[in-house]
Design a protein around this ligand. Structure first.
Ligand code: CAO
Length: 264
């Protein structure tokens, strides 16, 4: 007997049928529509075109939000009693301001030629907002002097105005640093684009429940993990500065009690 086998196709029980050619059926596809770019989209064209002249570099990390998830749950009842919507954003904004105290170069702006850098006194933290009229970035002014609850109140005011498309010029100008919480919609990582003349921006992903080893006990536990993606202007910010800032920001969120120590 031959050592080699020949593949013999199983006998078909069906009669061979000649392949039929699919005939396109006529469906109405409507017609193309061209319209002028205006309003917030036009503003986005301007700022993003300017942004792409900036040499961006990215830095990503993960943050264990487990303690903050518990803390927010506890504080939310108090906030609800005061009629204040209390999401994670106010903590993230306050943590950014506390970290900016140590890294003022990230709360700076540069001129068009990048010949001068201005260290901004105020922490006016921009928050990318998805509104019915598109992306708008209002900012919470003077975060350095606000409590977490103050930030929640101001954020709710900006969100309510954003939803009505009636944010004022003052609300959307003068930002010094930006956070974009795309995780409220979905996603894990992003590649945020700097809002000129600012020099840094952070994009926040969705908080996910994931298995992680407890660093002390080594036991596998359920953790609430968030990923952050920073972009910075590499002409004036180096990677080590961004990493140290991110470490500090992360430490406030992972250990919210530390935030209380550094509040003024
Ligand atoms: N992971 C998991 N849950 C999140 C979350 C995240 N990263 N961010 C928000 N949530 C939760 C909130 O806690 C809230 O839940 P509760 O009802 O239990 O409190 C719910 O999602 C809705 O939050 P929200 O969106 O109303 O409020 P917020 O303060 O978290 O975020 C804002 C406000 C303005 C940042 C957000 O509404 C938004 O517009 N995000 C999109 C930003 C965007 O488009 N970025 C892209 C810019 S580049 O084009």
């Amino acid at each position: 007997a031959s050592r080699y086998f020949r593949f013999v196709p199983a006998e078909s029980t069906e009669k061979s049928v000649a392949p039929t050619v699919a005939k396109p059926t006529s469906v109405s596809i409507g017609s193309d529509r061209t319209e002028p770019i205006k309003g917030f989209m036009k503003a986005m064209v301007r700022s993003m075109t300017a942004a792409m002249k900036i040499p961006h570099f990215g830095y990503c990390d993960e943050v264990d939000m487990t303690e903050l998830v518990l803390l927010r749950k506890r504080l939310k009842t108090t906030a609800d009693e005061r009629g204040i919507k209390f999401s994670y954003m106010p903590f993230m904004v306050k943590a950014a301001s506390l970290a900016l105290n140590e890294f003022p170069v990230l709360n700076a702006s540069v001129d068009d030629e990048c010949e001068r850098i201005t260290y901004k006194a105020a922490h006016n933290i921009g928050i990318a907002m998805d509104t019915p009229v598109g992306l708008v970035v209002p900012n919470v002014k003077n975060v350095q002097g606000l409590s977490v609850l103050d930030i929640a109140v101001e954020l709710s005011r900006l969100q309510a105005l954003g939803a009505k498309g009636s944010l004022g010029t003052k609300d959307i100008t003068g930002g010094t640093f930006t956070l974009s919480n795309i995780g409220s919609i979905g996603g894990t990582y992003a590649k945020p684009v700097i809002m000129p003349p600012e020099v840094a921006i952070g994009a926040i992903g969705r908080i996910q429940v994931l298995p992680r080893f407890n660093p002390e006990s080594g036991v596998l536990e359920k953790a609430h993990i968030l990923h952050v993606s920073w972009s910075a202007d590499h002409r004036v910010i180096d990677g080590a500065t961004m990493a140290r800032f991110s470490n500090l920001w992360r430490s406030y969120l992972e250990n919210p009690a530390k935030m209380i120590l550094d509040l003024r």
